[in-house]
Ligand binder design. Structure first.
Ligand SMILES: Nc1ncnc2c1ncn2[C@@H]1O[C@H](COP(=O)(O)OP(=O)(O)OP(=O)(O)O)[C@@H](O)[C@H]1O
Ligand SMILES: [Mg+2]
Length: 176
């Protein structure tokens, strides 16, 4: 088991980056009525055929060369399912992938959220060519940030410019 949700996000989103995604949506949302926390990651990367979709949910499969064991997806699935939640993976070759995991917040083994702020910041600034649609809504804290819009406003200033990183960090601190 990974120690927090933020580590799962990093792993699942890095899969999207490796799959060549140019646009990645990440949503972390808690529904107070049902005490359910959900994590949804959507990408427009290369996608997977139905056989791969089935295999990647098995911990003994990976397309990474030199390795037989891929762990990111099975670990998230396992964490969601042991906390009484659910896991869904939909993908189509050439179209992209959506992964959605839900967790029951009342379960004693629910992992902590971890450092979502740093996870979002590192993902955005280390992949300047990828647009991230970030959504967060947990216990009254809310964020909706589409880096495509941010980049449009920045015009020629790169998203990984030190001043932009500083601004982004502050913005995340205010909203998360
Ligand atoms: N978003 C995605 N788009 C396309 N293929 C994906 C995506 N996510 C996962 N895959 C495929 O599923 C495989 C398994 O992913 P998983 O994260 O479980 O393991 P891994 O990335 O191979 O290794 P690890 O995460 O343990 O370093 C990947 O090797 C890749 O082939
Ligand atoms: Mg992975």
């Amino acid at each position: 088991m990974m120690e927090d949700i933020a580590s799962h996000i990093m792993d699942i989103v890095m899969n999207s980056v490796t799959a060549g995604a140019k646009r990645i949506g990440i949503a972390v949302e808690k529904d107070p009525r049902t005490a359910t926390l959900s994590l949804t990651v959507t990408d427009d990367g290369v996608g997977m055929d139905p056989e791969t979709v089935r295999k990647v949910q098995d911990p003994f499969f990976s397309t990474k060369t030199g390795r037989k064991v891929g762990l990111g997806i099975p670990l998230l699935k396992g964490t969601a399912e042991t906390t009484g939640g659910g896991f869904e993976l939909t993908s189509a070759k050439g179209a992209g992938t959506t992964i959605r995991a839900t967790f029951d917040c009342r379960h004693p083994d629910l992992p902590p959220l971890g450092n979502i702020r740093d996870t979002f910041l590192v993902l955005v600034v280390s992949h300047p060519d990828v647009d991230f649609d970030l959504r967060y809504s947990v216990d009254g804290r809310m964020l909706e940030l589409d880096t495509k819009e941010l980049k449009r406003e920045l015009v020629d200033v790169p998203v990984n410019h030190p001043e932009v990183i500083g601004f982004l960090g502050k913005y995340l601190d205010e909203h998360l």
